[in-house]
Design a protein around this ligand. Structure first.
Ligand SMILES: C[S@@+](CC[C@H](N)C(=O)[O-])C[C@H]1O[C@@H](n2cnc3c(N)ncnc32)[C@H](O)[C@@H]1O
Length: 188
């Protein structure tokens, strides 16, 4: 299977990534050979399903979607009901429930007990500078050597872009692999 076979199924889910961004997430997940796949900020599962299908069509690595599922940061509204059930429904309707698992909680708290090595990390949680900094700091040490980290909303949102400009671009520790729309990805 390839992305074009999957796009119809993905397109009904509400979310924040467009079709080209979906495709690059799918392709990165499909290439992930070692380690698990982790997403920080799953919302209702659009980007998670892209990662899930990529993994299913690739090396079938487990995908973890980390989120409070009640909104945090720019989506904060603790009066709203949790959208975890909607996330689960979207994962189930795409028959990805054996491969894709939610991890419910604040990302830095989930990181403390997460012991597996990560081959692909997608960061799309809180969009304040300090949120991205703490997500990067708490999750990047879990990466396998040669793993890939992708960031969302780069060059389209001020704070994520500032984080990348100040810490990643021009830093010889990281190899820039590419950018598709606002998905910027590096090898670590
Ligand atoms: C931009 S949305 C993610 C969109 C999703 N990746 C998509 O493409 O549809 C950000 C999500 O990150 C979650 N979030 C923000 N800060 C968080 C934190 N510190 N810990 C866990 N989840 C967080 C929010 O609850 C929200 O669902």
């Amino acid at each position: 299977m390839n992305f074009n076979d999957r796009i119809q199924l993905i397109s009904g889910i509400e979310g924040e990534v467009d079709s080209e961004e979906c495709e690059i997430l799918y392709e990165l997940a499909k290439k992930c050979k070692k380690g698990v796949i982790v997403e920080i900020g799953s919302y209702k599962g659009l980007s998670t399903v892209c990662l899930g299908y990529g993994s299913m069509d690739g090396f079938k690595k487990r995908v973890y979607g980390v989120d409070t599922f009640v909104g945090t940061g720019e989506k904060a509204n603790l009066n709203l009901p949790s959208y975890l059930s909607e996330f689960r429904k979207n994962i189930f309707n795409n028959r990805l429930h054996k491969l894709v698992k939610p991890r419910v909680g604040l990302s830095i708290e989930v990181a403390k007990t997460f012991k597996q090595k990560i081959g692909l990390l997608f960061i799309d949680g809180g969009h304040a500078y300090e949120d991205i900094k703490s997500d990067f700091k708490s999750w990047s040490p879990k990466m396998i050597k040669g793993g890939v980290i992708a960031f969302h909303d780069i060059d389209s949102w001020t704070e994520p872009t500032r984080f990348i400009n100040e810490n990643i671009r021009g830093n010889k520790k990281y190899e820039r692999l590419g950018q598709v729309k606002s998905v910027f990805y590096i090898r670590v």
